[in-house]
Design a protein around this ligand. Structure first.
Ligand SMILES: [Cu+2]
Length: 174
């Protein structure tokens, strides 16, 4: 599903790229989660698209809204969901990577002030090739954070495998 969407996006992007020097990665659907007063952490979500014909990596995100910002992912380990830092996010040529709750996110730690719905957060996206891309993201209520698909990133082969296991179990019981 994601692959089909990205092919369509690539077609559109390649047309516009021929007119102007485009950034190597496009940052779409940016959202930052609003925080209750006194909260120190928040999360940023987006869809990163790569309209170019080579892979590009996002290596850091900068902003003056917080002490530190990291690229994070969620991982199920021993039945427990935990999050950890990733050193880069590689977006394949013509592909996209979705940042959404339960998966990749921009981890915002040590907020300098509360993030209110309607605020605008400015980020600088740092690419591995040294490119810096300025973007801004609206602050939205937690319930308005978009879930782009209900499967975990890279989870499709896993869930297919599980379906197989289930089928095997059922045949055994017969
Ligand atoms: Cu995190």
């Amino acid at each position: 599903m994601i692959r089909m969407i990205s092919r369509a996006a690539l077609l559109i992007a390649s047309v516009s790229a021929s007119f102007a020097m485009a950034a190597s990665l496009n940052f779409e659907h940016l959202q930052v989660r609003a925080t209750p007063p006194g909260a120190s952490n928040s999360g940023g979500y987006m869809v990163v698209e790569n309209p170019s014909n080579q892979s590009h990596a996002l290596v850091a995100v900068e902003s003056d809204i917080a002490k530190s910002i990291e690229l994070h992912t969620h991982e199920m380990k021993d039945g427990v969901m935990s999050m950890h830092k990733v050193k880069d996010i590689v977006v394949p040529a013509g592909g996209q990577v979705v940042f959404q709750p339960g998966g990749y996110h921009i981890m915002i730690m040590g907020l300098h002030h509360t993030l209110k719905v309607g605020d605008m957060v400015h980020f600088t996206m740092i690419l591995k090739n040294g490119e810096k891309i300025a973007v801004h993201a609206p602050v939205v209520a937690p319930e308005d954070i978009k879930q782009h698909d209900n499967k975990m990133h890279m989870g499709s082969s896993d869930s297919m495998h599980k379906k197989h296991m289930k089928m095997d179990d059922e045949t055994e019981h017969h």
